[in-house]
Design a protein around this ligand. Structure first.
Ligand SMILES: NC(=O)c1ccc[n+]([C@@H]2O[C@H](COP(=O)([O-])OP(=O)(O)OC[C@H]3O[C@@H](n4cnc5c(N)ncnc54)[C@H](OP(=O)(O)O)[C@@H]3O)[C@@H](O)[C@H]2O)c1
Length: 308
């Protein structure tokens, strides 16, 4: 089968599109024909070797954990799904080896849910990792009706969902993004502020009494403003900076596969209650360019790769 492969750690120039063996499936995994795959920053962080020590990689490796596709062959014990079922999954495995940027992938049954007919494969592939991260981060923050929430990196893949989920929960959401994304944030229901110089003054002018919740989906120096902006006892959650826990007494979230939550997100999308923002769609042939685009760090919503 055709797959995007890297044989050693490094930049996007390590990618090659090549033929490799179709993956074996275990008793509780299914062979899935990939229709669309979502790409995420964690894929290139792994490829760069930054996450060695946290996540094992068996080279040569195929990147990608997000998939929407069709069950080609169920496993020995995967009665939840039959051949021909359309699924979406956050198909994370303990060892990175056979990812979703390929014509076929072995999907652990514990990560998959049925794709609603009305949801396109591209939109389905855009939801898993980022949607689950957003949902789990919002839940961990405990935010609710009437809370004021500051979201760092509000226009990205994770945050585009998190903004909407926080608004749905009744929160007032202020989101950071470059000015080019401010109208987009307004469409999602957030009040935009620019990150960088002037952020503290602008964010404080909007919420002088301090934020109840700060959600960090950007990392870097985003949490430096926490002391100036959160109210006493305000909850800090980050997916990109462990200081949320060590310095601010909050939570560092590492997303977990959860098929029930994934089904819920897919249903919200079908109902028109969760916008799936896809800024670009590539083919498997130019998937390396999809990663180059993602690695620029300014994707609005998601980039998806159409495989078949
Ligand atoms: N712990 C976990 O489980 C977990 C899960 C998912 C992701 N992550 C990590 O979380 C981060 C975000 O993931 P993602 O998929 O949302 O990434 P992404 O889609 O690539 O994020 C791109 C967005 O970041 C914004 N941005 C860039 N620099 C910024 C800054 N200094 N301040 C505020 N916004 C900034 C950009 O907005 P502008 O274009 O307007 O600049 C762009 O919209 C990544 O580091 C990823 O590895 C962790």
């Amino acid at each position: 089968m055709k797959a995007l492969v890297y044989r050693e750690f490094g930049g996007a120039d390590r990618f090659e599109l090549t033929d490799i063996d179709t993956p074996h499936i275990g008793p509780d995994t299914m062979l899935v024909k990939v229709v669309a795959a979502g790409i995420n920053p964690v894929d290139y962080k792994i490829r760069e070797g930054y996450l060695e020590g946290l996540i094992d990689t068996a080279l040569p490796a195929v990147p990608g954990w997000d998939v929407a596709g069709i069950v080609e062959k169920p496993g020995l014990d995967t009665p939840e799904f039959q051949e021909g079922d359309a699924i979406l999954a956050y198909a994370r495995t303990d060892v990175v080896r056979g990812g979703t940027l390929a014509e076929y992938v072995a999907v652990p049954v514990r990560t998959a849910t049925r794709k609603p007919e009305a949801l396109s494969f591209e939109d389905a592939a855009a939801i898993p990792l980022t949607g689950l991260t957003a949902l789990q981060s919002v839940e961990r923050s405990g935010l609710g009706e009437g809370d004021t929430v500051l979201i760092h990196g509000a226009a990205g893949g994770v945050a585009s969902f998190a903004v909407q989920l926080a608004v749905r929960a009744g929160a007032r959401v202020i989101g950071t993004a470059s000015p080019a994304n401010h109208d987009y944030l307004r469409e999602l229901g957030a009040e935009p502020v620019a990150y960088g110089d002037g952020l503290v003054d602008a964010a404080r002018a909007l919420v002088p009494d301090g934020y109840d919740v700060i959600l960090d989906f950007a990392g870097g120096d985003s949490l430096d403003s926490t002391g100036a902006l959160r109210r006493d006892g305000g909850h800090v959650v980050s997916i990109a900076d462990p200081r949320a826990r060590t310095d601010f007494g909050g939570d560092y979230v590492w997303v977990r596969p959860n098929p029930e939550q994934l089904a819920h997100l897919a249903e919200l999308a079908v109902a028109g209650e969760l916008r799936v923002e896809r800024s670009a769609t590539f083919t498997l042939d130019d998937a390396a360019d999809a990663y180059r685009s993602l690695e620029e760090g300014h994707t609005r919503g998601k980039i998806v790769v159409r495989v078949s």
